[in-house]
Design a protein around this ligand. Sequence first.
Ligand SMILES: [Fe+2]
Ligand SMILES: [Fe+2]
Length: 171
Amino acid sequence: MTTPTTTPGHGILGSDRQEDREQLIEMLTRAYWMEVETVVSYLANSINPDGVRAQEIIESLEEDVQEELGHARQFGERIKELYGVVPGSLDFKPEQSYLQPPEQQTDVVHVIKGVIEAETGAIDYYNEIIEFCEGKDLVTQDMVIDILRDEEGHRRLFEGFLREYKAEGLA
Ligand SMILES: [Fe+2]
Ligand SMILES: [Fe+2]
């Protein structure tokens, strides 16, 4: 008979898995900040654009702000479950230079391209996390797979917007 223990003998919460856990918390923290920065960028870009054609982009980004905030929360909650601490704002280092406001607020193509770049970055990084989780933490893997699907959907939607502008020679 095995001795009862308060620490799981299997999975990422195992006492011998601290190194993996720390590495994963680091990855989840980066993902958390990516989501938070995306919220900030999409919020601005759901307000700034001018023009008839901008309305579709505005509405779409308004919805995405809520979704990306939900992703940030999921990453944060998983960090806590793995015994990490969700960082405070002073740790924030912005990276999304491509999602800054364009010179002309009617420049919707700039926004569309910026969104595609942000989503592509998220897709690449979340695939990395999913690969890291293989055989280590299927719960985090499952969560990130769901989030990845959302990002793939966002990217596809904005690719469609870009196609329309390209077809008209505007992008
Ligand atoms: Fe997201
Ligand atoms: Fe997204």
